[in-house]
Design a binder for this molecule. Structure first.
Ligand SMILES: [Zn+2]
Ligand SMILES: [Zn+2]
Length: 344
């Protein structure tokens, strides 16, 4: 729990949350640690602007339904669920058009309302994704939120037969690489500056995993026999240099989906964007709930993809040792870190 406007988190005893009309009460089994949670721990400028403590963070939630508010339908006690972390208003133009990921009044579980670093969490029924088939473990269930970011970004543009460049091999970049391979890309090239993450990337079906401190994307293109540039790029790092490199390495008409959130404004070569007719597409969250359907369906139909996504989860830590979990997540060597609440 974040007690007040300051650095750190603490383990506290709090009353079990009430279940209001339309709400679902979940006994949390696993919760992923996200970059967002590290910002909340650190209490940086972003956290200062977004959070009003006291607050329980945690938005990458998997668990079992143990209570239903009035009017809840299609969810029953005992269902195993993952949580969509964005709560939308339901009445703005985009919501009413069914484009809920574009809601103009989105709020976030674990940022603006209590989240899942706890034994219990209460979320609106609209935010519940019930796992109807076997095969989704509590560990994978806890990464549906970031896996959904990866799927949303990777599938934004057609991939079949295309050459794809992914900048950033953090957990989401890694999962996106596996999705690109599964979805029929020709060559997948991924970049990072962490040897451990690049080593993990090699197991995601990529053709090249580049340490951009010492290897150039241009040379990697030549080594693969690519003569014109990448067709699709996924920016997963938020680093200015990454987008600049992408722009320099795209084929004409290339499509760039951007998920990595930069911490400041920066320049890119706009002349290249214009004369090469590049498309830049920002990505936020997951499509509700087409991305969720795609995740479940793809995991169900490919044991290779299932294993690849699973292998991105490198650390499952008992929730009582949350400090150790956060420390691992803050290092650049780990894949995804998941807290386990089942022993509580
Ligand atoms: Zn997250
Ligand atoms: Zn809305």
């Amino acid at each position: 729990m974040k007690r007040g406007p300051e650095l750190g988190l603490e383990m506290s005893e709090v009353p079990e949350p009430d279940v209001g009309p339309g709400d679902v009460k979940v006994k949390v089994m696993t919760t992923g640690i996200c970059g967002t949670d590290l910002h909340i721990l650190q209490w940086d400028r972003w956290a200062e602007q977004m959070l009003h403590p006291p607050l329980i963070p945690g938005h990458e939630i998997y668990g079992e339904v143990v209570g239903l508010g009035e009017g809840v339908h299609d969810v029953v006690v005992g269902d195993r669920i993952s949580a969509e972390g964005h709560v939308v208003c339901g009445v703005c133009r985009n919501c009413r058009a069914g484009r809920r990921q574009l809601c103009i009044r989105t709020s976030s579980i674990g940022v603006q309302r209590d989240g899942g670093f706890a034994e219990f969490v209460v979320i609106p029924q609209e935010n519940v994704w019930v796992h109807r088939k076997e095969g989704v473990t509590p560990e994978i269930g806890a990464v549906f939120d970031p896996f959904g970011n990866a799927v949303h970004t990777a599938l934004k543009f057609p991939l079949v037969g295309e050459d794809v460049l992914i900048t950033g091999a953090g957990p989401i970049g890694l999962m996106a690489a596996a999705v690109c391979r599964f979805a029929g890309a020709r060559y997948v090239t991924i970049t990072d500056v962490s040897p451990a993450r690049l080593a993990l990337a090699e197991t995601m079906g990529v053709n090249a995993a580049l340490d951009v401190r010492t290897q150039s994307i241009r040379q990697a293109q030549e080594a693969l026999g690519m003569s014109e540039g990448f067709d699709v790029a996924l920016e997963m790092s938020g680093q200015p240099a990454a987008l600049q490199e992408i722009v320099a390495n795209m084929n004409h008409g290339g499509k760039i989906a951007m998920l990595g959130l930069p911490s400041q404004r920066f320049e890119i070569d706009w002349s290249s964007v214009i004369t090469r007719m590049l498309t830049l597409q920002g990505i936020y969250g997951r499509e509700m709930f087409e991305t969720w359907h795609a995740m479940s369906a793809m995991l169900e139909s490919s044991s290779w993809l299932h294993d690849a996504i699973s292998s991105v989860i490198t650390d499952v830590i008992p929730a009582t040792e949350w400090e150790r979990g956060f420390a691992i997540a803050a290092g650049a060597s780990a894949g995804k870190v998941v807290l386990d609440w089942r022993e509580f």
